[in-house]
Design a binder for this molecule. Structure first.
Ligand code: CO
Length: 134
C-alpha cells in the first residue's frame, strides 16, 4: 500500500533557528518560510536527496500543532508521511483492518495541494502517520 517516504515533519518553537540549524550546521538546502493559515502552520522545507523534512511552527491561536509544542517545548518529530497511489482505497483497506482515520475520516487537501489523511498514532506504533496521494 505505502510507497516512498514523502516527508518527516518536525514541530519547532522557532522556525528561523531551526531553518538556520538545518542550513548552516547540517548543510542542507532549505526553502524560505511559507505561511499556510488554513493549516495553522508556517513551514520550511528541507530538501534531501531522497525525501524532505518539514519544519513546522504554529501559526495562529488554534493551530493543530500548538498542543504538541506545549507537551514538547523543545520541539519534536510530529509525523511521517508515506505516499499512496489511491487514497480512497487505502482508507477503505485500513478501516477494514481496524485502523482509525482522524477527523471526519475523509481525505483532505494537505499542505502540498494533494489529498491526505492522518491515521491514529495508537494504531501505528505510537506515531502519527500521514498518507498522501501522489
Ligand atoms: Co505532513
Amino acid at each position: 500500500m505505502i510507497g516512498r517516504l514523502n516527508h518527516v515533519a518536525i514541530v519547532v518553537p522557532d522556525l528561523e533557528a531551526a531553518a538556520a540549524l538545518y542550513r548552516d550546521t547540517l548543510g542542507a538546502t532549505v526553502s524560505t518560510p511559507l505561511a499556510l493559515p488554513e493549516h495553522g502552520v508556517t513551514t520550511v522545507f528541507v530538501e534531501l536527496p531522497n525525501t524532505k523534512v518539514e519544519l513546522l511552527e504554529p501559526l495562529g491561536d488554534d493551530s493543530a500543532v500548538s498542543g504538541f509544542l506545549k507537551k514538547n517545548p523543545a520541539g519534536g518529530m510530529h509525523h511521517v508521511c508515506y505516499e499512496v497511489n489511491d487514497i480512497e482505497q487505502a482508507k477503505l483497506d485500513l478501516e477494514k483492518a481496524g485502523a482509525r482515520v482522524l477527523g471526519d475520516g475523509n481525505p483532505k487537501i494537505g499542505a502540498h495541494g494533494k489529498q491526505v489523511l492522518f491515521l491514529h498514532p495508537k494504531d501505528f506504533c505510537g506515531t502519527l502517520v500521514e498518507l498522501e496521494q501522489v
